[in-house]
Design a protein around this ligand. Structure first.
Ligand code: NAD
Length: 260
């Protein structure tokens, strides 16, 4: 379905981003993966995607807190592949702390990675998409783009921000053949979720099992984690012709969380 298209997924060395990259490659798109991690493990993923799906896969180590590195990543992708057809803004981190103890540097970092990086990628990628008359921009937001939880001030603020950015850009490019949407998952079992368990245990004085059941899945009526493959499948749908009338939408995939 996506043969001859090129997709860039920020934060795709792990978790949801890696699932997006693999699903896009499975549909025939060339992909650029991005993110941090062990160099050998990243190279194994990159070459594995090429071998398994018969597409070109490149890696960019651009840091999503650095606008100049983001601009260079998009420029390199366009030099090699022509316009980016699909841009998935997915890089994100979490930090859990009461707001009056929230480290200022963590606030700045979360806003930069989870929100501002999407502004920088979008502004750089849009001109070529407009020229082509086709494009898909998918932002990984969160249920936290719609509702809040305590102790996650920066994350919730950034995710509400990305919801606003999604709607605004969707309106600006509505007639250009480009759709802009956000996917809003509830709790997905990934390293990001696993990593916040110790901090939440500390902040709430709970055991690991209590954090899983009473905090993480407390708000998710299905009592099941969303899977990375389910999230990736939504992105593929948004890239399909069937998805071409969906724009400016916040697609909830949260086991009923935000229905409450
Ligand atoms: P993850 O930790 O598995 O992956 C995060 C990715 O972002 C990694 O590839 C990491 O290297 C990359 N990254 C971090 N800082 C970066 C930086 N400065 N520059 C470039 N890349 C950077 O996390 P995940 O759970 O897969 O989360 C992916 C996205 O999904 C995030 O935006 C997150 O907020 C969102 N999300 C996750 C859940 C969940 O429950 N896991 C739910 C809703 C939304």
């Amino acid at each position: 379905m996506l043969k001859n298209k090129t997709a860039l997924v920020t934060g795709s060395t792990s978790g949801i981003g890696l699932a997006y990259a693999r699903a896009l490659a499975a549909e025939g798109a060339n992909v650029i993966i991005n993110g941090f991690g062990d160099a050998d493990a990243i190279e194994k993923e990159r070459s594995g995607i090429e071998a398994e799906f018969g597409v070109a896969c490149r890696y960019s180590g651009a840091d999503m807190t650095k606008p100049d590195e983001i601009a260079a990543m998009i420029a390199d992708a366009e030099t090699e592949f022509g316009a980016l057809d699909i841009l998935v803004n997915n890089a994100g981190i979490q930090y859990v702390s009461p707001v009056d103890e929230f480290p200022v540097a963590k606030w700045d970092q979360i806003i930069a990675i989870n929100l501002s990086s999407a502004f920088h990628t979008i502004r750089a990628a849009l001109p070529a998409m407009k020229k082509k008359g086709w494009g898909r921009i998918i932002n990984t937001a969160s249920a936290h783009a719609l509702v809040a939880s305590p102790y996650k001030a920066a994350y919730v603020a950034a995710k509400h921000g990305i919801a606003g950015l999604t709607k605004t850009v969707a309106l600006e490019v509505a007639e250009a053949g480009i759709t802009v949407n956000a996917i809003c998952p509830g709790y997905v079992w990934t390293p990001l979720v696993e990593a916040q368990i110790p901090d939440t245990m500390k902040a709430r004085n709970m055991s690991e099992e209590e954090v899983k059941k009473d905090v993480l899945l407390a708000a998710q009526p299905t009592k099941k984690f969303v899977t990375v493959d389910q999230v990736a499948a939504m992105a593929i749908f948004l890239c399909s012709d069937a998805g071409s009338s969906i724009t400016g939408s916040l697609m909830s995939m949260d086991g009923g969380w935000t229905a409450q």
